[in-house]
Design a protein around this ligand. Sequence first.
Ligand SMILES: [Zn+2]
Ligand SMILES: [Zn+2]
Length: 93
Amino acid sequence: MRQHYVVGDTRVNDPRTLVFRGEGNWVEPRPVRCPVGHVLANRQVTAGWVPCKAPGRTGHRTHQCDCGEVVYTPDTDEYCHCEKSRPVSIAIE
Ligand SMILES: [Zn+2]
Ligand SMILES: [Zn+2]
């Protein structure tokens, strides 16, 4: 399933780009759905971070749906297998 990202109600194309919302307020895009299709705005979502060893990447932002499925941004791939690491919970927003 192709993932979409939003800031507020606005669709964004690059999930790694912070969006300026006025006066010192930068907002990180968030995924719209979890991997099984739940709309995250309607669920309990835990934001986190997984450090990544792949070249050119420091880590993945994670959004964990209350169903247990995790969205990784950017996507994990066959080189890093970061989906096997446990995300560190952090506070964002
Ligand atoms: Zn990785
Ligand atoms: Zn879910």
